[in-house]
Every structure is written in C-alpha cells, then in structure tokens.
Design a binder for this molecule. Structure first.
Ligand SMILES: Cc1cc2nc3c(=O)[nH]c(=O)nc-3n(C[C@H](O)[C@H](O)[C@H](O)COP(=O)(O)O)c2cc1C
Length: 370
C-alpha cells in the first residue's frame, strides 16, 4: 500500500509523466508561429519577473502595445514599494523591443505614458521596418535563471565588455565585479547577511511562500511562481523535495539561506550590480529591468549562467518600509561608493554545470486584455 501510495504521489507531483503544459508559452515562442504585435507579446511573457509573478497585462492593437501592471500580482513585504514589480515590467518591455526587430518592426517606447493611470507603465508604437537579426532576440526562448552550482573559472574581458556595453542609459549604471575583487567579497557577504534578515522576517517569508508552488496541480493551473525544478537542486534532491509534504515557510527560508551561503555566492565567477540614483523612481526601475533582461540575453548568448541575487536591495526597501536604521543601504554604499548611486538589482554569473529549466508561464491568450 505504501509503495502504491508513493507511486500515486509521484504521478501527482509530476516526477513521472513529463512536464505537462508548463512550458507551452516557451514552445509557442520557439515555434515562431505568431506574427504582428502578438508575436511581440509572446516574447514579453517570457521575460524575467520577481518570483515569477508575471505582473503584466497587454493591450494590443495593430500598431501599438500598451503594457499595464497588474497590482494584485505583487510580492507584499518582499517588494513594499513595487520596485521589483516594475523591474519585471521593464524586462517584458526589453523582450518585446528585441522581438520587434525579428518581426519587422521598429519600436518607439514611451515609459509611464499616462499621467492619470499609474498601472499604464509603457507604450510601444510599432512601425514597419526591415527584419534584422538581433543576436539577443535569438536568446529570448533560451534564457533561464540558473540557481545551480556554477563553474567559477574567470569570464573573459571580451564577454564582460559586451555586457558593460549594454548599459547605455545615463541614469542606469552597471557595476561588474570579478569574484577576486574585494567589493565582490563584500557584496557576497552583504547578500548572505540580508538573506539571514529575510529568513528571520515572518512577513517576508510568508509573501515568498505565497509565490512558491509545491503542489503540481496549483502549478499547472496558475503557471506562475517559483517551482521545485527551478531551485537549483540536484535531480535527486529535486525528486525528494517533490515527494515530501510541502515545507513551512521557515524551513524553506533555511534551505534558501544555505543555498545562498554554500552554493550561490561561493560558486560565482563574477557579480553584477545595476545602480540608479533613486531606487523608488518607478521609471528608473523600468529602465533597470530593460538592462537586466538585455544582460541575461547577452549572457545566454555567451554561454553563461546567471541568477539575480536581490536580497540586499530587498532589505534596503524593507528597512525603509519599517523606518529602521538603513543598515542595508549602508552596506550597499560601502560596496558601490557614496556618490548617490544605489543598487536596485544584483546578480551573479559563471559557467553553467547543468541546463537550467524553463519556468512556468501564462500564455499570450491569458495576458492580453479582451
Ligand atoms: C526584480 C527581480 C528580482 C529577482 N530576484 C531574484 C532573486 O533574488 N533570486 C533569484 O533566484 N531569482 C530572482 N529573480 C528571478 C526570477 O525569480 C525569475 O525571473 C522568474 O522566476 C522566472 O524565471 P526565468 O527567469 O527562468 O524565466 C528576480 C527577477 C526579477 C525581475
């Protein structure tokens, strides 16, 4: 009976029986079947977003796409000022702009186009143009967050220069730190310290848990949130994690802290920080998101593995929300300098040791306004 029960649970949790329809949106884009403005939306939905919240709604006409935030798809105490939500929306803008070149459009992007509607975060006006082969557009369906162990052998100066060249906006800076740089060490330590604070914060853990899907049925139904296969566990551990009952938020927090301390930080070849002057200026967040998405596409093209590591910026927000001593902001200033720039996004990079999986997505049909 026990063996039978276990087998049922294995099927229930998708350990056997294939990936179901979780990757439909990826297949949709990779098959290249769409045309017109909807083809751009098919790229937009594959963008990175915090905890895979996919906080987007698209209004589409023949020559225009209006991107709206969906305020309910938020991370609560993890993102009290919706800074990360807007970074994710910026990621969707970048994917759409990159996809436009493939599909014979030029784009004119207006950020925050409506003074009376704060959910209206971007407008893309499309005009016919010769299709071009943007090498980053070719990576849209291949880019995946890699939370596994990296091979930390150094990344060549040419690759780092290619990444640095993507930061073209005057009000958004990129700082890349080789793992041997003392500031990289300081960023790693500050990230671990921030993770310790987060896992001691019940509210933050509760919100993280709300966007973590253990149950396969919920995952298939909602096609959002973090999922076990994307957590960077070994195949054996991932199978075990699916078999055991759902863990409480505190236990999940302890695993996350251990992964950050023992795997994510020590196996990085380099770290990156996206800096802005005002971390709560939502237009700056949209631009930072565009840069992160472009960096991840370029890293994918170069064969790199990448993972956002945002515990430090998240703690800057949380300290401010709770009107506490700005300890995280001080830690950040010690790394990036005190001339008024602060990190709004952190990440690590290195060489992959395994293929990272495609994370679940809602498809175009579900995110286009009727
Ligand atoms: C603003 C923002 C913050 C993020 N922070 C983290 C993070 O701290 N740690 C992490 O592992 N992933 C982080 N991510 C990555 C998302 O979880 C990821 O993009 C999402 O789950 C979808 O997966 P994909 O990137 O593989 O498509 C972040 C993404 C964004 C846009």
């Amino acid at each position: 009976v026990a063996a039978g029960g276990l087998a049922w649970r294995a099927v229930d949790q998708g350990v056997v029986g294939g990936p179901g329809e979780l990757d439909a949106a990826w297949r949709e884009w990779n098959a290249g079947g769409q045309s017109g403005a909807l083809a751009l939306v098919a790229a937009g939905v594959l963008a990175s977003s915090p905890h895979n919240t996919q906080p987007w709604l698209f209004r589409v006409s023949e020559r225009r796409i209006d991107l709206h935030a969906v305020p309910e798809r938020h991370l609560g105490a993890f993102d009290p000022f919706r800074r990360e939500m807007h970074i994710g929306l910026g990621c969707a803008v970048e994917n759409m702009v990159r996809a436009a070149s493939l599909h014979g459009f030029s784009t004119d992007v207006t950020l925050a186009p409506s003074t009376n509607d704060p959910t209206h975060v971007a407008r893309l006006d499309l005009a016919a143009a010769e299709p071009t082969r943007d090498p980053l557009a070719a990576q849209i369906g291949r880019r995946h967050t890699d939370r596994g162990r990296y091979d930390a052998r150094p990344v060549g100066a040419d690759v780092l220069a290619r990444l640095s060249g993507l930061a073209t906006e005057p009000d958004v800076r990129l700082m890349l730190l080789d793992a041997a740089d003392p500031r990289a060490k300081a960023f790693g330590e500050a990230t671990i310290a921030a993770t310790e604070h987060i896992v001691a914060d019940e509210d933050m853990l509760r919100w993280s848990k709300a966007w973590t899907r253990h149950d396969r049925d919920a995952l298939l139904r909602r096609r959002d949130g973090l999922f076990i296969d994307g957590m960077g566990l070994s195949p054996l551990m991932a199978t075990a994690a699916k078999m055991i009952p759902d863990q409480d938020a505190a236990t999940e927090g302890r695993y996350w802290l251990a992964m950050t301390r023992d795997l994510h930080v020590p196996s990085a070849a380099a770290f990156g920080l996206i800096l802005v002057r005002d971390v709560h200026d939502l237009a700056a967040s949209l631009k930072a998101g565009r840069l992160w998405q472009a960096l991840h596409l370029a890293g994918t093209e170069a064969g790199l593995a990448m993972q956002p590591l945002n515990q430090l910026p998240e703690m800057i927000d949380r300290d401010r929300e709770l009107k506490r001593e700005p300890q995280a902001a001080r830690d950040a200033a010690a790394i990036v300098g005190t001339d008024g720039w602060l990190p709004t996004f952190g990440f690590r990079l290195g060489w992959p040791t395994r293929q990272a999986p495609a994370s679940p997505r809602r498809t175009v049909r579900e995110v286009v306004a009727a």
